[in-house]
Design a protein around this ligand. Structure first.
Ligand SMILES: *[C@@H]1O[C@H](CO)[C@@H](O)[C@H](O)[C@H]1NC(C)=O
Ligand SMILES: *[C@@H]1O[C@H](CO)[C@@H](O)[C@H](O)[C@H]1NC(C)=O
Ligand SMILES: *[C@@H]1O[C@H](CO)[C@@H](O)[C@H](O)[C@H]1NC(C)=O
Ligand SMILES: *[C@@H]1O[C@H](CO)[C@@H](O)[C@H](O)[C@H]1NC(C)=O
Ligand SMILES: *[C@@H]1O[C@H](CO)[C@@H](O)[C@H](O)[C@H]1NC(C)=O
Ligand SMILES: *[C@@H]1O[C@H](CO)[C@@H](O)[C@H](O)[C@H]1NC(C)=O
Ligand SMILES: *[C@@H]1O[C@H](CO)[C@@H](O)[C@H](O)[C@H]1NC(C)=O
Ligand SMILES: *[C@@H]1O[C@H](CO)[C@@H](O)[C@H](O)[C@H]1NC(C)=O
Ligand SMILES: *[C@@H]1O[C@H](CO)[C@@H](O)[C@H](O)[C@H]1NC(C)=O
Ligand SMILES: *[C@@H]1O[C@H](CO)[C@@H](O)[C@H](O)[C@H]1NC(C)=O
Length: 786
């Protein structure tokens, strides 16, 4: 059976089970979720190292068997037992000699995955395509494969549609919520019609969105599938013959190709791009982007929608009631639907574990508050006055302007045609795409029409120069990771921060534009908003941000006088705000963004001392370029960098979690991690905190200037969570959603932190990153079965 070893790698950590294996001459893969229990866990890694099969536990007391990307453990591409989770970490995956695949737990309980028995000579292999296959070697027959049981993700080589031989109609069903794998509200199916067919998303059985017919490698309502700026090309094939009627896809030169149906009904691909063409939700969407036309409930106007706000409902004078439905099969979209069709409902939210709905109906007043829980509040936009004014005056004026504009552009074009270089044409093209329709303007200020779902503005170079007084040194606010930042005052009096991106990025205009739109779509209370950009010539690119009057966290935190302003309540608010912002970047935004340079100086503070993460998306802008170029310098700051990132260039959301842990410790102690000196103590704050923790005197870490404002158990909890975040092993560190649960739920028991990474390097550094993008950071041991 040594051939087995060539095909698959099984990891056995318990010798005992190995003996069992030998005696029973069956294949036993044992694995225990590493999240809960670091010891004794094992996984199965595909031959090329791309995929890993193992147990994971996204929710307390619920363990699932799944397949994920070895490089990106948060993206699960398959879940075996989504609707039958295991109650604790006693799960094992067993494949016996006749090829029966079973998840067993608690001695005697089992969930069989197949029933077709083989000859007694079988092998179970996780292929590098992400397919877990059980093959009968004697008859060379596939007994069972995970590709036959898709969950929410379609990988290259998987089929969506009907297979006549097996009688299966393959479809995807979304997760229930962001961290809840059980079957959710949305499904994606292939529905043939005539020679072609279309993709259809249903929400609890009702048609929600459809792609339009498959024509010429594309779908009408999936324009991004054929977008030339993707950097990779889709090859979607439709098979219609006696074997079946289905589609499948592949991409050229892209490592993580997938279509994933998110819990909120969006289809996201491996480049984290949304493929179905609507922003947010298919509710009352004005244009036909494939969204199904659904009759509005009588009581709802087309100008009504839900807006995500943080705050509280307070009772009004009129009739009102609230309701909590703890049905754990209800999630986000169900709650929205529930509120939408109920006439007097004015707001809703989902409980923090992602299931169950709270709704508010009748006379409630909503007030914003940064302490409140996020809620979705019904707002009605005042209807636009479409009347004689529009028809009589506005339209003729617009037509006239368009004629003048056309004439002007044409004249300008004729004049400058000769000297237009290819590069400049490209830029013109960019402008055209970004600001359509093009307005007649000569560089003062252009405004985007907002039609592309983002309200990005394009600023003229002249207006930026004027705003920043020609980038005068007096206006310089600081030096960001990618260039200097200047304060500016626009003509309308608004204050902004302008970041000049350094030229070393080597990015082309097209990439810049893609990334820009991406970060413009990242909108969260705890992220600094990008207002727009400015491009001058080929080289100079600038980002325009909202201006934060209170500078950054380090300005207060590490100054002996100013730190007094930050009492405990404010610090806790900052920790929670940063956590929310980071969670959004990691999980809730449609593009998974890894910040990579989270530190006190990148946390800006608004007038009420609410934190806003800045420099977000920068990581991605440069990250993508780096993957292609392989030569850019590493970004990040020692002291905040996780060991695996600093030493091996590997980064994941867990490296941000590490930085966040350092930040917590800095916030509670008022000291920098790097410039830390203490006699007879390890040389950095992490080490110091760890020693105090072990000695049971964590309170000594307290910033003396906090005085009495401190709440001891909250302080203790923060240090505890901070230490969990800076653990040496990335898989031990909690995710940001865990962190938020830990911080917000004061009774939740926390695991004890393991020894953190003692990282005593200083200063910033330059080095190559992505030296070895395929390195696997799990410990692998291979046993040869005989
Ligand atoms: C997890 O299971 C244990 C033991 O069955 C139980 O005591 C605990 O309350 C459960 N926790 C949750 C969050 O359900
Ligand atoms: C798992 O939980 C069950 C009860 O739900 C218990 O009988 C069993 O001993 C537990 N196993 C482990 C490994 O904790
Ligand atoms: C494998 O498991 C199935 C189902 O439990 C059983 O019927 C079969 O006999 C087992 N095969 C061997 C070789 O133990
Ligand atoms: C299992 O099948 C393979 C391929 O046919 C063969 O090489 C191997 O010897 C067989 N093993 C046993 C135990 O029959
Ligand atoms: C997808 O394309 C890549 C190369 O572009 C190829 O190596 C791979 O085998 C293809 N996968 C499938 C399932 O066709
Ligand atoms: C597959 O299922 C979808 C959704 O239920 C259905 O519309 C479609 O017709 C089915 N395909 C076949 C070939 O029956
Ligand atoms: C697309 O995929 C099909 C089947 O996998 C293959 O036959 C065809 O050559 C591919 N086309 C391109 C342009 O790669
Ligand atoms: C919970 O919600 C699901 C999905 O809407 C529904 O099918 C089920 O009947 C509900 N259960 C209860 C007890 O209301
Ligand atoms: C989710 O939380 C609510 C309370 O916030 C609880 O009633 C419900 O049982 C939880 N659901 C699950 C599946 O843990
Ligand atoms: C709450 O905040 C939102 C967005 O920041 C704003 O549009 C809204 O007017 C605010 N509402 C109140 C009552 O202040």
């Amino acid at each position: 059976m040594s051939a087995l070893n060539h095909v698959s790698k099984f990891l056995f950590l318990f010798l005992l089970e190995l003996l069992c294996f030998v005696q029973l001459s069956s294949l036993i893969v044992t694995a225990i979720s590493t999240i809960k229990n670091g010891e004794g866990s094992s996984t199965l890694v595909s031959d090329g190292g791309k995929f890993t099969l193992g147990f994971f536990s996204p929710i307390t007391n619920k363990t699932y068997l799944g397949i994920w990307y070895t490089e990106d453990t948060t993206t699960k591409v398959w879940v075996a037992n989504r609707d039958t989770p295991i109650p604790n970490n006693s799960g094992q995956l067993q494949v016996n000699a006749t090829g029966i695949v079973m998840i067993t737990y608690d001695e005697g309980n089992s969930i069989p995955l197949n029933s077709d028995e083989g000859s007694g000579n079988v092998t179970a292999t996780l292929l590098d395509s992400g397919n877990f296959v059980v093959t009968d070697l004697k008859y060379n027959r596939v007994l069972w494969e995970s590709f036959d049981f898709p969950t929410d993700t379609l990988l290259p080589g998987m089929r969506l549609g009907m297979d006549f031989k097996s009688g299966r109609n393959y479809s995807l069903t979304s997760w229930l919520s962001v961290s809840y794998p059980s079957s959710g509200a949305f499904s994606l199916t292939w529905e043939p019609s005539g020679d072609s067919g279309e993709l259809v998303i249903r929400q609890r059985g009702q048609i929600y969105w459809s792609s339009g017919a498959f024509v010429d490698q594309g779908f009408e309502h999936m324009p991004s599938l054929k977008s030339p700026s993707l950097g990779y090309q889709y090859n979607v094939s439709h098979v219609s013959n006696h074997d079946g009627n289905y589609i499948s896809f592949n991409v050229t030169n892209q490592v993580v190709a997938r279509w994933q149906l998110y819990y909120d009904g969006l289809i996201v691909d491996g480049g984290n791009r949304v493929l179905d063409d609507f922003s947010d939700f298919c509710y009352g969407y004005p244009e036909n982007n494939g969204c199904a036309h659904r009759a509005l409930p009588k009581c709802r106007g087309s100008n009504e929608k839900f807006v995500k706000l943080r705050g509280d409902f307070t009772k009004g004078k009129g009739k009102h009631y609230d309701n909590y439905d703890d049905n754990s099969s209800l999630s986000f979209s169900d709650c929205m639907e529930k509120c939408w069709i109920s006439c007097d409902c004015v707001g809703w939210t989902v409980s923090s574990n992602g299931t169950g709905c709270a709704t508010w109906s009748g006379d409630w007043k909503f007030s914003n508050s940064t302490d409140g829980v996020v809620k979705y509040v019904l707002v009605s936009e005042s209807p636009k006055k479409t009347n004689i004014w529009l028809i009589g005056i506005v339209i003729p004026v617009v037509v006239l302007l368009a004629v003048v504009c056309f004439w002007y552009l044409r004249r300008k074009w004729i004049r400058s045609q000769d000297c237009l270089t290819a590069e400049r044409r490209r830029r013109e093209q960019f402008l055209h795409e970004l600001i359509s329709p093009v307005k007649c303007d000569d560089g003062s200020e252009l405004e985007d029409s907002g039609r592309e779902g983002h309200d990005l503005r394009f600023f003229g170079y002249a207006s930026i120069m004027a705003a920043t007084e020609n980038f005068s040194s007096g206006n310089k606010l600081g030096q960001g990771g990618f260039g200097p930042v200047y304060k500016g005052k626009l003509i309308d009096g608004r204050e902004v921060a302008v970041k000049k991106l350094s030229n070393t990025s080597g990015q082309g205009i097209v990439e810049f534009k893609n990334e820009l739109i991406l970060i413009a779509k990242l909108q969260h209370l705890n992220l600094v908003r990008v207002l727009g950009c400015c491009i001058h010539g080929e080289e100079e690119k600038m980002l325009v941000y909202e201006y934060m009057p209170n500078k950054s966290l380090d300005f207060f935190l590490f100054d002996p006088m100013r730190k007094e302003i930050l009492d405990w309540k404010k610090r806790l608010n900052i920790i929670e705000g940063v956590a929310q912002g980071l969670l959004y970047l990691h999980r809730y935004s449609r593009f998974r963004v890894i910040h990579r340079d989270l530190k006190a100086s990148n946390i800006l503070l608004d007038e009420k001392m609410n934190p806003k993460i800045s420099d977000f998306g920068m990581a991605r802008i440069f990250g993508q370029n780096t993957i292609e170029a392989n030569t850019e310098r590493v970004v990040g700051t020692y002291g905040y960098m996780s060991p695996e990132y600093a030493m091996e260039g590997q980064f994941s959301i867990k490296s941000d979690v590490f930085s966040f842990g350092v930040l917590i410790l800095e916030i509670v102690s008022g000291r920098k991690n790097t410039s830390f000196y203490h006699l007879d103590r390890p040389l950095n704050l992490i080490g110091y905190a760890w020693e105090l923790w072990k000695e049971g005197v964590a309170l000594e870490l307290k910033d003396p200037s906090l005085k009495d404002s401190i709440v001891a158990n909250q302080f203790h909890r923060c240090v505890h969570v901070g230490l969990l975040c800076v653990q040496e092993n990335a898989t031990d560190r909690p995710t940001m959603s865990d962190v938020i649960a830990m911080l917000s739920n004061e009774t939740m028991p926390l695991p004890s932190p393991k020894q953190p990474a003692f990282f005593t390097g200083r200063g910033t550094t330059e080095r190559n990153q992505f030296d070895s993008p395929s390195t696997n950071n799990l410990t692998i041991s291979i046993m040869e079965a005989r």
